[in-house]
Design a protein around this ligand. Structure first.
Ligand code: CA
Length: 360
């Protein structure tokens, strides 16, 4: 073959190949989509609300602006605790919330977020992504027309603000504490008078002595609510929230109607939010903690006696729930087995390193 013929043939071949690759892209031009996302958060809670924003920002960037998701603060579209129902009914396509708000529908939803004496951030992700946790949760969510994704985490929370020291289980009895969810149920079993107050109502109640103690999140979020001005003892750890996962909910019909590449964008954006929120907390908490100490906050750790008593009550509660509900039992059994092995492993290098390096 003469060189000129070869070049001609090669050129035709290249043109044909280009045409066959380019043609489907023209036919399947990406759709323009605009979705609404209801969240459970005020915008002032920038760390947690940031998870919703990360999902929206990343999807917009990955789709070249064609897939737009608009997040709304709690109360703007639906109440903060109505996100589950709004996504389930398809009132909105998406939601960003915490599944443990919905334990009234099934107590097993708590495992999607956190349970007292449960998993830390890394254990929780290992269980959800690789340990069958997410598959198990998705089966439960499917009954409610929701596809769920882990999309944020606060890490181990703090154990709350107390007006006076508590050293024993006897000190806890009759104490009035604001603590919602399963942590509240365990506290009640220790004799605490549990109160559930919305974020904005906590400070005045603590200031007036209507409550003796409250929990919230950790240094960065707690500092903004000013609890250090009216309760000087700051307890650690928040054993009821060792690493709560915030979740992205997508209505299943809406999700199944998305082009495949947009579904992948949603999954990637959620995974990114799951990491970014932890990064935000891990960079914002240290300076906030330092500021709180400078303001005279007194750090205290829960005593072994209180921790052991609370742990016993927590696992008695899980056993009671498992005896009543086979769906709960299946998830709890999988979770317990995973946790037992994971705890043994995390008790080695991670613990030895943390004790030596952070302990002082
Ligand atoms: Ca909390």
């Amino acid at each position: 073959m003469k060189r000129r013929d070869f070049l001609k043939k090669a050129a035709i071949g290249t043109a044909a190949a280009t045409a066959s690759v380019a043609a489907p892209a023209v036919i399947a031009a990406p759709k323009r989509i605009r979705w609404r996302m209801a969240t459970s958060w005020p915008k002032a809670l920038d760390t947690i609300y940031g998870g919703a924003q990360t999902v929206a920002d990343r999807v917009k960037a990955m789709s070249g602006g064609k897939f737009e998701i608009i997040p709304y603060a709690g109360g703007e579209l639906v109440g903060g605790l109505e996100v589950f129902d709004a996504v389930s009914r398809g009132t909105v396509q998406m939601g960003h919330t915490a599944s443990y708000y919905y334990i009234g529908k099934n107590p097993a939803f708590a495992f999607d977020t956190a349970v007292p004496f449960g998993l830390n951030f890394r254990q929780q992700n290992a269980w959800l992504y690789n340990g069958g946790g997410l598959d198990a949760m998705r089966k439960l969510f499917a009954d409610f027309n929701i596809v769920n994704f882990p999309a944020g985490n606060t890490g181990v929370q703090m154990g709350g603000w107390f007006r006076k020291e508590v050293n024993s289980v006897a000190d806890m009895k009759g104490l009035k504490m604001r603590i919602p969810g399963l942590g509240g149920k365990v506290m009640a079993r220790l004799g605490v008078t549990v109160q559930v107050l919305a974020g904005g109502d906590i400070y005045p109640a603590l200031e007036r002595g209507v409550i003796d103690a409250t929990e919230w999140v950790g240094p960065y979020d707690d500092e903004k609510l000013g609890f250090y001005k009216v309760a000087k003892y700051y307890y650690s750890p928040g054993w009821w929230e060792p690493a709560p996962t915030l979740s992205l909910y997508v209505n299943d019909k809406a999700f199944n109607g998305l082009p495949k590449e947009y579904q992948e964008m949603v999954a990637s954006a959620a995974a990114e939010a799951n990491q970014q929120m932890m990064v935000d907390y891990d960079s914002k908490n240290p300076p906030a903690y330092k500021r709180l100490l400078e303001k005279g906050v007194q750090m205290r750790s829960y005593s072994e006696e209180i921790l052991k008593a609370a742990q016993n009550e927590a696992f008695s509660l899980y056993a009671e729930l498992a005896a009543k509900d086979p769906v709960y039992k299946a998830i709890y059994d999988n979770w317990s087995k995973y946790k037992a092995d994971s705890d043994k492993w995390f008790g080695t290098a991670e613990t030895d390193y943390a004790r030596f390096e952070f302990g002082g």
